[in-house]
Design a protein around this ligand. Structure first.
Ligand code: FMN
Length: 208
C-alpha cells in the first residue's frame, strides 16, 4: 500500500495518546507509512505540576523517546490525517486548535483539499462531549476541503466499546485508560483511514 497517514493529537494525561498509538498501529498494519505526532503543550508548568498524571505524561513525552512534535509538513505530507484531542467543555483542547489554527498557509494553497480526515477523542463522562468534540475537530477539515471519514459501525468492536460511530473514543471516568475494545476501535479506525486514503489517492493519481 502506497499511502501516508499522519496521526496528530493532544493528550494531557495520556488517554488520547493511547488511542492515537493504537490508531497509528492500525494504519501501519494496513500497510501505511505513519507519522504519530503530538502538538505543543501550552499550559503553564504550575498547572501541569498540579496534576500528577498530567506531569507524568509530560515527562514521558519530553523524554528522548517521546512522541515527536507535529509540524505543518506532517499535514502536507499525508494522504490521510487523524486528529485526536480530549474533550474540553465539549470541544477540542486549545493545544490542538492552536496547531490547526496555524494551517492557514496550507489551506490557502489548497494543499489540504482532498485529503481524508478522521477524528477521535476521550471524555471523562459518557455524555460529556464525545460526539461534539469529534464533530468540532472535523469543522476544520470541512474548511480545508477534506474528505471526512467517520469510524461508523462497520467494525463490530465499535458497538462493544462506546458505540460512537463519529470516531474512536473512551470514557475515562476517574482517569482510567482505554480498554481493549476502545483500543481495537481506534485500531480499526486507523486501518480504515489507510484503506480509504489509499483508494482515494490512487484514484486522484489516475485522473490527474
Ligand atoms: C479543563 C477540562 C475540561 C474538561 N471538560 C470535559 C467535558 O466537558 N466533558 C467530559 O466528559 N470530560 C471533560 N474533561 C475530562 C477529559 O476530557 C478527560 O479526562 C480525558 O479522558 C483526558 O484525556 P487525556 O488523558 O488524553 O488528556 C475535562 C478536563 C479538563 C482538564
Amino acid at each position: 500500500m502506497n499511502v501516508r497517514i499522519a496521526v496528530i493529537h493532544y493528550s494531557a494525561t495520556g488517554v488520547v495518546h493511547q488511542l492515537a498509538t493504537s490508531l497509528a498501529q492500525g494504519a501501519a498494519n494496513a500497510g501505511a507509512e505513519v507519522r504519530l505526532r503530538r502538538v505543543a503543550e501550552l499550559a503553564p508548568p504550575e498547572a501541569i505540576a498540579a496534576n500528577s498524571r498530567w506531569q507524568a505524561h509530560r515527562d514521558r513525552e519530553n523524554a528522548p523517546d517521546g512522541t515527536p512534535l507535529a509540524t505543518l509538513d506532517d499535514l502536507a505530507w499525508a494522504d490521510g490525517i487523524a486528529l485526536g484531542s480530549p474533550t474540553r467543555f465539549g470541544g477540542p483542547a486549545a493545544q490542538l486548535k492552536n496547531f490547526l489554527d496555524q494551517t492557514g498557509s496550507l489551506w490557502f494553497k489548497g494543499l489540504l483539499a482532498g485529503k481524508v480526515v478522521t477524528a477521535f477523542t476521550s471524555a471523562s463522562t459518557a455524555h460529556g462531549g464525545l460526539e461534539s468534540t469529534v464533530l468540532a475537530m472535523l469543522n476544520v477539515a470541512y474548511h480545508w476541503g477534506s474528505i471526512i471519514m467517520p469510524l461508523g459501525y462497520g467494525p463490530p468492536v465499535v458497538s462493544k466499546s462506546t458505540g460512537n460511530p463519529y470516531g474512536a473514543s473512551w470514557v475515562s471516568r476517574k482517569g482510567s485508560l482505554p480498554d481493549d475494545d476502545a483500543l481495537a476501535a481506534a485500531n480499526a479506525q486507523g486501518a480504515r483511514l489507510a484503506e480509504v486514503a489509499a483508494a482515494l489517492s490512487a484514484a486522484q493519481r489516475t485522473t490527474s
